[in-house]
Design a protein around this ligand. Structure first.
Ligand SMILES: [Zn+2]
Length: 205
């Protein structure tokens, strides 16, 4: 096997796969490698993103590979990297509380200034305390939002009202499970019907 092929295969095996519980609710994100192991052990089935039909390992091997760039090849077989799997037994929805971190705040606010709705890279946005810290505002999900450089400068040490700014929406603690703590680029199109975050993005497009 050529070196580039080995590298590509390693990349594919590390790619993210969405894990759904038996009620088709997303509970987790794993790697393609782990997903294939689970399917092989019959603790999960592969979901075809288009038809939503589910496959065991052997039946997935027989599905013609539409996109050769996602094929994991060994000398004898080729298998398409799964994007979504469905657990056979697990039916609980884990209720994880999203920790308040800078990264999660960027994800919650979707890299968007919460005053002017301008999107930007992380170096053009900063964390704004709605009620300024100097006036007792807490560093929390409920009091922090992303603001662009311009809105942040305008707001300075004032409340939004004093600065003549309006929040797009009241900041709240997101109801996520940690599977959403992925970079937006790691989300796959096929997940959109299962994950609220991708759905939101898809709607905006
Ligand atoms: Zn702004």
């Amino acid at each position: 096997m050529r070196a580039t092929e080995t590298l590509r295969r390693a990349d594919l095996l590390q790619r993210a796969t969405l894990v759904l519980n038996r009620s088709w609710r997303p509970v987790h994100v794993t790697t393609v490698r782990r997903a294939l192991c689970m399917v092989f052990r019959e603790s999960a089935r592969i979901v075809c993103p288009e038809s939503l039909q589910t496959y065991c390992f052997d039946s997935w091997l027989e599905v013609p590979i539409q996109d050769p760039s996602v094929a994991i090849r060994s000398p004898r077989v080729a298998i398409a990297a799964p994007e979504i799997i469905l657990l056979a037994n697990y039916n609980r929805v884990p209720c994880h509380v999203a920790p308040f971190t800078r990264r999660n705040l960027f994800l919650r606010d979707d890299y968007t200034c919460q005053y002017c709705a301008r999107r930007g890279p992380s170096n053009r946005l900063s964390v704004d305390h709605v009620k300024p810290r100097s006036r007792g505002g807490s560093t929390s999900w409920e009091n922090c939002v992303l603001a662009c450089v311009r809105c942040n400068a305008r707001k300075a040490n004032q409340t939004p009202k004093e600065a003549g700014l309006r929040l797009l929406r009241a900041p709240t603690r997101p109801r996520w499970t940690p599977y959403l703590n992925l970079r937006p680029t790691q989300h796959m199109e096929s997940w959109s019907r299962f994950t609220p975050q991708s759905k939101r993005k898809a709607n905006r497009r």
